[in-house]
Design a protein around this ligand. Structure first.
Ligand SMILES: [Zn+2]
Length: 226
C-alpha cells in the first residue's frame, strides 16, 4: 500500500480524502452486533470500551470480541482500558481489559488503550501480563511524568485534537516523543486528520510529507496487512 495519512482512531465512518481511517467499533452492552454484514470493508478497531462494560453480560461481550478479532479488516483491538471517572468498578474494568489483552495477544493485534487517571494500574497490568503485542495509549494529553513512565514501559502514544491547543500537554510534549512511538487520530472530533498532521508537523518542524512517512512506517511495523 502507498503511504497515506493514517487516522489511527476515529468514531466517524466518514471517508477522508488522502487518509486511511481506522474506524472504531464498540461492542455494545448487549454483546451482539453484525460485523459480518459488510459495511466494514475498511480498517477497523473493535473492543469493549470501559464505559460500556455490562456487568451482567461481560461474557457475551468478550465472546463476540473473540469471534471477530481474527477478521482481516480488524487491525487493532480496542478501544479498551480503564476509566476512574466513568463505567463499572475498576476491578471489573481491569478484568475485562486483561481478557482483551489476551484476545489481542492470540489474534496478534495491537491494542488501543483508553486510560483516564489509571496509568499506574495500566502499567502494572502490562508488566504482569507482558504481552508481545504493542499497547497504544490513545488521546494522549497528560503530564510529562506520565509520558516518561509510559515510554519507559514500552507503550506507544496517539495524539489527537489536543494538539490544536498550544497550551495543552500534548502540544508541549509531542516533540519529546521518539519518532517511532507515536500516531495521530481524530477520535470523536469532526475534523480531518490532515489538520492534526499539519499542526504536528509544525511542532516537530518537519514537512507534512515527512511526518506522513514516519507515521506510516510506524503503522507498517505495528499493524499486520498494511
Ligand atoms: Zn475514542
Amino acid at each position: 500500500m502507498r503511504a497515506a495519512l493514517i487516522d489511527l482512531h476515529s468514531h466517524s465512518d466518514k471517508r477522508q480524502r488522502g487518509a486511511k481511517v481506522v474506524y472504531n467499533v464498540i461492542i455494545p452492552p448487549e454483546g451482539c452486533m453484525a460485523l459480518e454484514k459488510g459495511s466494514f470493508e475498511d480498517w477497523i478497531s473493535v473492543g469493549i470500551h470501559p464505559w460500556f462494560i455490562n456487568d451482567t453480560n461481560t461474557k457475551a461481550q468478550l465472546a463476540k470480541l473473540k469471534e471477530v478479532a481474527g477478521s482481516a479488516n480488524v487491525k487493532l483491538i480496542g478501544e479498551c482500558g480503564l476509566d476512574r471517572l466513568r463505567g463499572p468498578s475498576l476491578e471489573l474494568q481491569q478484568l475485562v481489559l486483561e481478557e482483551q489483552i489476551n484476545i489481542a495477544e492470540n489474534a496478534r493485534k495491537p491494542l488501543l488503550i483508553h486510560c483516564v487517571r489509571c496509568f499506574n494500574e495500566l502499567i502494572l497490568i502490562k508488566r504482569r501480563l507482558n504481552p508481545s503485542v504493542p499497547l497504544i495509549v490513545h488521546g494522549f494529553n497528560n503530564n510529562e511524568d506520565i509520558l516518561k513512565q509510559l515510554l519507559l514501559h514500552g507503550f506507544y502514544l496517539s495524539f489527537g485534537a489536543a494538539l490544536l491547543n498550544n497550551r495543552s500537554n500534548a502540544f508541549k510534549l509531542l516533540n519529546t516523543v521518539p519518532d517511532d512511538r507515536f500516531f495521530l487520530e481524530t477520535d470523536d472530533k469532526d475534523i480531518p486528520v490532515k489538520k492534526i498532521y499539519k499542526v504536528a508537523a509544525e511542532i516537530k518542524n518537519i514537512p507534512v510529507y515527512t511526518l506522513k512517512d514516519i507515521i506510516f512506517a510506524n503503522c507498517m511495523s505495528l499493524v499486520e496487512g498494511v
